[in-house]
Design a protein around this ligand. Structure first.
Ligand SMILES: Cc1cc2nc3c(=O)[nH]c(=O)nc-3n(C[C@H](O)[C@H](O)[C@H](O)COP(=O)(O)O)c2cc1C
Length: 191
């Protein structure tokens, strides 16, 4: 049973990416994954700065890093802001990439050897594609193995029904397929 954390890059009330994250959690659980829902609203993360880091590593940055490090896989669901990932998510990824204790500079214990998958819901007709291109590159940089499957939900304001399900069958099936592949690759890497 792979351990997978789901991280949503928006804390906005009524967030479409949170809705997509909820669907992904269910899809991962259907694959037998043990899912941790990482709600970034519950982490007090200052904007990364070397001065803060060298003073005292923020307790919540360390806590987030430990949560990531304990997983076999990571699923990131991010809005697109001006063609890239949300600053909330980038800041969280950056803090969790930093070495602590005796770790070497590029230990990357939160990411190295783990499977990752990416999704985005956006109000534009392009579904956050530019943001996911950046997110894939960022996660590869920190040594996560990003699976090729990904999910884009365009016109997100009209994509979900009242129960929170996706109205269209194709994106809904892509959520399930991506969850299946992530669970499989995460389990294989952990074996
Ligand atoms: C600063 C900012 C920049 C944005 N830039 C983009 C963008 O480049 N592409 C896009 O599709 N949507 C963009 N949006 C709109 C978001 O897709 C929309 O706010 C979406 O609902 C955010 O995700 P959420 O519902 O999960 O909070 C932007 C929103 C903000 C606040």
């Amino acid at each position: 049973m792979p351990k997978i954390a789901v991280v949503v890059g928006s804390t906005r009330e009524g967030s479409f990416n949170r809705a997509l994250g909820r669907l992904s959690i269910r899809a991962l659980e259907a694959q037998g994954a043990e899912v941790t829902d990482v709600d970034l609203a519950g982490y007090d993360l200052p904007l990364y700065s070397a001065a803060i880091e060298s003073g005292a590593f923020p307790a919540d940055a360390e806590r987030l890093k430990r949560v990531f490090a304990a997983q076999d896989g990571l699923l990131f669901v991010s809005p697109e802001y001006n063609g890239s990932v949300s600053p909330l998510l980038k800041n969280a990824i950056d803090w969790a990439s930093r070495p602590t204790g005796d770790e070497g500079l590029v230990a990357l214990v939160a990411y190295r050897g783990k499977a990752a998958a990416i999704m985005s819901a956006s109000v534009s007709p392009f579904g956050g594609l530019r943001g996911l291109i950046h997110l894939r590159q960022i996660l590869s940089t920190v040594q996560a193995l990003v699976i090729p499957e990904q999910v884009l939900i365009p016109n997100a304001h009209a994509a979900f029904d009242e129960s929170g399900a996706l109205k269209d069958a194709l994106p809904a099936s892509l959520v399930d397929m991506t969850a299946m592949r992530l669970a499989k690759v995460a389990a294989a890497l952990a074996a």
